[in-house]
Design a protein around this ligand. Structure first.
Ligand code: C6P
Length: 419
């Protein structure tokens, strides 16, 4: 009996220590409009822990130099640190080879890179590119541009009223003309988590490669690109507690090797004459010009920070928080939640009868509560639900039930004002 109890105790996940986490984020102590900040706009960008801020400061105070070029001490040091981030990310996403980790400015550039290189090389007139009805503009517009340039067609897999992808309908849209499926892992406007492994398997069984927009997934769940078997996976540092201006495009080695370069310039070449250029090996072939060195190095600090967390405990904590917020917000009269999928992460979008989302956002702001209001760069999602905008509370690892209570209290106040 005692042994069983001990095993059971051992198997219980540790509680997530949110207070310890919060103490790592100095901005959470900063008053906003004279109130305690309640930051619920994490899907737009996350706040940064001390280790990330310190890495940025240390770089400019002690390590600053251009990389991949100099023989001097600082250049070698900065190069080592920048390349260390690449290796940290390889490990963090379970990639087999650091050459599969291409640095980009963020998710948007990652998708544009695939469209401009893989897309231009493989999509021809009459072909099709498949996306879904829940994509962010970053995963719509680059494909529209590509299709227009080459004379291909953009197809859209539908979603249901809960905001869930209709996988069977997606499957029916795959055919010999489909050259690529571009799909978000988690919807930024609805919070829906797509069954990515299954979707990728369905696409692959039709011979279609898959690019995954991982911007909203990677802050909330451990990603293993080899387990997913995705062909490309892209994400932004600033949504995972790292700096802005840096992100990653993961691509399978053989695909990246076969793709033409993205931009031309320094670092992406082996040799140049006026007659022609021999391009560098991957990943450098896709990294023209001086990169975002400081933010790249600080991104490494963010990944190290995330790697140090107990993700089982974090996941239970975040799910519990989202569930609590959903229950509490649902209780408010006249509130309609947009995005009621069974599998959700991080996002609670809603509208309130008779009150425009922007008015709600403005009143919440007066209380020190930061949410995003609008179409969230996902206008087709708004059209699908017949609304112009939503209020979106999005959660990160430092948010608490007390903050949800503060949100609900302020929403009650909104109701009183508009009644
Ligand atoms: N969504 C939001 O408030 P960038 O801007 O490149 O880091 O990420 C673009 C992007 C792509 N895909 C998804 C699913 C996203 O959510 C985002 C960014 C922010 O929802 C800013 S619009």
């Amino acid at each position: 009996m005692a042994v069983t109890a001990a095993i059971e105790t051992k198997q219980l996940p540790k509680a997530f220590d949110v207070d310890a986490v919060r103490s790592e984020f100095p901005i959470l102590e900063t008053p906003v409009r004279g109130k305690r900040l309640v930051y619920l706009d994490n899907a737009a960008t996350t706040q940064k822990p001390r280790v990330v801020i310190a890495a940025l400061r240390r770089y400019y105070e002690e390590e600053n130099a251009n990389i991949h070029r100099g023989v001097h001490y600082l250049s070698e040091r900065a190069t080592d640190l920048y390349e260390k981030t690449r290796e940290q990310i390889r490990r963090f996403i379970g990639a087999g080879d650091a050459r599969e980790v291409v640095f980009v400015r963020g998710t948007t550039e990652g998708i544009n890179l695939v469209a401009a290189t893989f897309g231009r090389a493989n999509v021809r007139a009459g072909d099709e590119v498949l996306i879904t009805a829940m994509e962010h503009h970053s995963n719509i517009v680059p494909w529209q541009m590509l299709c227009e340039q080459v004379g291909a067609k953009l197809k859209v897999a539908p979603i249901n009223d809960a905001g869930e992808l209709l996988v069977d309908e997606l499957s029916n849209l795959l055919n010999a003309k489909t050259k690529l499926l571009a799909i978000t892992h988690v919807s930024n406007a609805l919070g829906t988590v797509n069954p990515m492994k299954d979707v990728i398997a369905v696409a692959h069984s039709a011979g279609v490669p898959v690019v995954v927009d991982g911007a909203q997934a990677i802050p909330h769940q451990r990603i293993d690109v080899r387990e997913l078997d995705c062909d490309f996976y892209t994400f932004s540092s600033h949504k995972m507690y790292g700096p802005t201006g840096i992100g990653v495009l993961y691509g399978k080695l053989d695909l990246l090797n076969a793709m033409p370069p993205y931009q031309g310039g320094g670092d992406m070449i082996k040799s140049v004459t006026f007659e022609g250029t021999i391009f560098n090996d991957i990943p450098y072939k896709f990294e023209a010009g001086t990169p975002n060195i400081a933010d790249g190095i600080a991104f490494g600090a963010a990944v190290e920070y995330l790697s140090s967390l107990d993700w089982q405990a974090l996941s239970i904590y975040e799910h519990g928080l989202l569930q609590y917020a959903t229950e509490r917000v649902k209780e408010i009269d006249g509130v309609r939640i947009i995005g009621t999928a069974r599998e959700k992460a991080g996002v609670l979008s809603f509208v309130m009868e008779g009150v425009h989302p922007h008015d709600i956002g403005t009143i919440l702001d007066q209380e020190g509560i930061a949410v995003r209001t609008g179409h969230h760069c996902a206008q087709p999602v708004m059209q699908r639900f017949g609304i112009p905008a939503t209020v979106r509370a999005s959660f990160g690892l430092y948010n608490t039930r007390e903050e949800v209570d503060a949100l609900v209290k302020s929403l009650q106040k909104v109701k009183e004002i508009f009644n």
